[in-house]
Design a protein around this ligand. Structure first.
Ligand SMILES: NC(=O)c1ccc[n+]([C@@H]2O[C@H](COP(=O)([O-])OP(=O)(O)OC[C@H]3O[C@@H](n4cnc5c(N)ncnc54)[C@H](O)[C@@H]3O)[C@@H](O)[C@H]2O)c1
Length: 456
């Protein structure tokens, strides 16, 4: 029986391994992590992350051929294939701080694998890494005297949080990079065969290791760039009475552009886009490529501008003072269908509102606990209220920051009736019926569209 070990039981390691275990009952999959709480939660009825459909996938395989454990060394020793899916955040110290990838967790894993392995293994980079990391990993793995051989593959993960299960079950593509040597190609074929258990062969792309590593950073940079591009146009729409939704629709019907990722909003969030672009910027700079570095950095700058523009718009439209005003935040997760709040635009918005001395009430169906952690330094100005009606009660303004479908279905007459007047609504996701809100009596502000006001 083939044995897989995955180091890192996070948003990527947990779901990807659960899917492999579900689809390949003849493979034993063990996910290991140093975080005991997380490992316990994966084996409970309350999984450590929220993803639609994930409970069923885990339940089906757990205890059959899917195991979670804190015994990292044993997991490595037993495995034929070791996936490494640990976090690779932006460095906060030393050279490259604020831009480069912090590879300390990654290297610790490489050293652990080298230390404890007694048989040949395929090592799979699942984490998102700077291009040419496999080279460094191979140096660590093959340093000193050992007869054990490691073959490193790059298999970046393209799942999107909120749709992780569907993305894993039916991916646009799987990408596997391997060395162009006989042992590299053999290892690559082993992984291709695993994915072939449920993914059509033509959707399993193979490449050299460096292309695979760089493709993940590039994919995220292109996706984030589209968001920043339409957000840049949204600012111009507000100045000219063009409507960004109409512009997006008009350009998205061009098959060369396509309709996806063209929704203007308060900006992108999530643990990956910003860190991966900054990593790309750092890589370009370290290869002496200043113009490409500047080009990609602008995508992040534009995103920060969009978040700040949203807060400024709130402040200016509410008569330049929000001190003491109750403001209800609808949605704190960085997007719908996840409890993940990492780099959520809501963090910046709430902090800025707190700095203006507003009294902020955060509502979210899945992310309240994470929101409390993100806003730990502003807690005395924050209230947390899962029920959006209660959050809006007595508020001067509601700001929609996450595109939860629940917020589309609220009774906005009821929300309006409970609010202070004039009642403002700021739709940071352009997801509500603005005319209907205006007809109820709201002052309506959205992204890239004219405001709708009853005030003279
Ligand atoms: N979150 C996403 O949507 C997503 C999508 C694609 C790729 N990625 C990439 O996947 C990687 C993991 O992301 P994530 O969101 O799952 O991170 P995460 O923080 O949720 O999970 C990482 C886990 O690794 C564990 N870990 C760290 N060092 C360890 C060690 N030495 N031994 C054992 N366990 C260790 C941590 O305890 C943590 O539970 C990152 O490189 C990320 O860029 C993430």
């Amino acid at each position: 029986m083939t044995k897989i070990c995955c180091i890192g039981a996070g948003y990527v390691g947990g779901p990807t391994m659960a899917m492999i275990a579900k689809k390949c009952p003849n493979i034993q999959v063990t996910v290991v992590d140093i975080n005991e709480k997380r490992i316990a939660a994966w084996q409970s009825d309350d999984l450590p992350i929220y993803e639609p459909g994930l409970d069923e996938v885990v339940k089906e395989a757990l205890g059959r051929n899917l195991f979670f454990s804190t015994e990292v060394d044993q997991g490595i020793i037993d495995a034929d294939i070791v996936f490494v899916s640990v976090n690779t955040p932006t460095k906060t110290f030393g050279e490259g701080a604020g831009c480069a990838s912090d590879l300390q967790y990654w290297e610790l894993c490489a050293r652990r694998i080298k230390e404890v392995s007694t048989s040949d293994k395929i090592i799979v980079e699942k984490s998102t890494l700077p291009v040419r990391t496999a080279e460094a990993m191979e140096r660590v793995l093959h340093s000193g005297q050992s007869t054990v051989h490691f073959e490193v593959l790059s298999n970046p993960e393209f799942l999107a949080e909120g749709t992780a299960v569907a993305d894993l079950e039916n991916p646009d593509r799987v990408l596997i990079g391997g060395h162009e040597t006989p042992s590299g190609q053999k290892a690559l074929q082993t992984l291709v065969e695993i994915y072939s258990n449920w993914i059509p062969r033509e959707r399993i792309l193979t490449a050299n290791v460096w292309s695979a590593e760089l493709s993940k950073l590039t994919a995220n940079a292109f996706l984030a760039q589209r968001v920043s591009s339409i957000n840049a146009i949204s600012a111009l729409c507000e100045a000219t009475e063009a409507d960004v939704s109409e512009v997006a629709h008009a350009i998205g019907t061009d098959s060369r552009i396509g309709p996806k990722f063209l929704k203007a909003s308060i900006g992108f969030g999530g643990s990956c886009f910003k860190k991966d672009i900054l990593n790309l910027v750092y890589l370009c700079e370290s290869y002496g490529l200043q113009e490409p570095a500047d080009y990609w950095r602008q995508v992040v700058t534009m995103n920060e501008y969009q978040e700040m523009r949203f807060v400024r718009n709130m402040l200016h439209s509410m008569f330049n003072t929000i001190a003491g005003k109750r403001i209800a935040i609808f949605g704190f997760a960085f997007k719908a269908d996840t409890g993940d709040t990492r780099e959520s635009p809501a963090i910046k918005v709430c902090r800025e509102l707190a700095a203006e001395r507003a009294s902020v009430v955060v509502s979210d169906p899945k992310a309240i606990e994470n929101a409390k952690i993100e806003l730990a330094e502003e807690l005395e100005q924050m209230e947390f209220e899962e029920d959006p009606y209660a959050a809006a009660n007595g508020a001067h303004a509601v700001a929609i920051l996450t595109d939860w479908k629940e917020y589309k279905e609220l009774d906005y007459q009821r929300v309006y009736d409970s609010m202070a007047k004039p009642a403002f609504i700021f739709d940071g996701r352009n997801m509500l019926d603005h005319q209907a809100l205006f007809d109820i009596g709201f002052e309506v502000y959205s992204i890239g569209k004219g405001r709708k006001t009853h005030l003279k």
